[in-house]
Ligand binder design. Structure first.
Ligand SMILES: Nc1ncnc2c1ncn2[C@@H]1O[C@H](COP(=O)(O)OP(=O)(O)O)[C@@H](O)[C@H]1O
Ligand SMILES: [Mg+2]
Length: 288
């Protein structure tokens, strides 16, 4: 038995006579993950830690303490790995299925405004918003593959100062609510997973990530419902903020896609987001 296997047996309190296999899990998007197979069944899902795993741990504890939403709680973590129960048959879900879940999570978070000291530290800052203009200028070439008029984007950003939205509350954001991080099990229960990008910001930041996966007309439909259902008083201002976050989010991700994928895959993804988002981007920017 090798050392890694021995360690795992100890960590998970597995009997010595059980049969243990560790298999690389599919093509994980960002991090190295493994299925831990005990006596022929995938029983645990293990991720190697990254510099933000500590932050994620804090988030899990916070969410579970206040029962804020459904997450897959780790059964073990140390400085190297985090191990979760393996959930079989997980499937990606989009905003259509997760909309109510997102709203419920955010409504509960809004009632906890005084409890959030922990995520006001630097690791929860949303640099995608504060450093947006700098990033766009730095990655001009990438942005221009998605949206040709970069000055128009920068003008829009400058017309929407951070202070303009001071009245809108901030909460814990998941940070990357794309369908691979919203997972449904075979009973239909939806989990939010992978809180690596968690940040402290307006709730619209999370909403707009999930909107990128749907076409512009459907996005408008969900935005109307969202504004109605969220307990934010200044609805006009909230709508402006959602539009601002939509622009920042979509442009930011057009850069991220090109940084994280090979050219062919990146081009295919950009095409998809172009189809979904260009109409809405055009509408927002023409009214600026
Ligand atoms: N506990 C789990 N059990 C089974 N599969 C999982 C589990 N957690 C994640 N997965 C699968 O692995 C994929 C990647 O997981 P995630 O935590 O989002 O890693 P990454 O940081 O690579 O995006 C998910 O989309 C899901 O399909
Ligand atoms: Mg993920």
């Amino acid at each position: 038995m090798n050392q890694q296997e021995q360690d795992l047996r100890k960590k998970l309190e597995l009997p010595d006579n059980s049969c243990l296999e560790i298999k690389k899990f599919r093509l994980s998007t960002r991090n190295s993950s493994y299925a831990i197979i005990v006596d022929g069944n995938s029983q645990y899902f293990m991720k190697l830690n990254t510099p933000v795993s500590q932050k994620e741990k804090k988030v899990y504890e916070f969410i579970s303490k206040y029962d804020l939403t459904d997450i897959i709680m780790p059964v073990y973590s140390d400085d190297k790995v985090t191990i979760y129960p393996f959930i079989h048959g997980l499937k990606n879900v989009g905003i259509e299925e997760s909309f109510d879940k997102i709203i419920n999570f955010q409504k509960k978070l809004l009632t906890l405004e005084n409890e959030v000291e922990f995520y006001k530290d630097d690791s929860f800052k949303n640099l995608y918003i504060t450093r947006f203009a700098i990033r766009v200028l730095k990655h001009k070439e990438m942005v221009s593959k998605f949206w040709s008029d970069i000055d128009q984007i920068l003008r829009f950003y400058n017309h929407h100062s951070l202070e303009m939205f001071d009245k809108i509350p901030k909460i814990l954001n998941h940070g990357d609510l794309n369908p691979t991080n919203m997972q449904k099990d075979s009973s239909g229960k939806i989990y939010f997973i992978d809180f690596e990008d968690a940040c402290y910001d307006h709730p619209s930041w999370d909403l707009t990530r999930s909107l990128m996966e749907t076409d512009s007309d459907k996005a408008d439909f969900f935005i109307e419902r969202y504004i109605k259902e969220m307990p934010v008083l200044d609805k006009e201002l909230f709508k402006m903020l959602i539009n601002r976050d939509y622009v920042i989010r979509v442009i930011t991700d057009s850069i991220g896609i090109q940084q994280n994928h090979e050219e062919k895959e990146a081009t295919a993804r950009l095409k998809k987001y172009e189809k979904n988002c260009h109409k809405k981007l055009t509408d927002i920017l023409k009214n600026d």
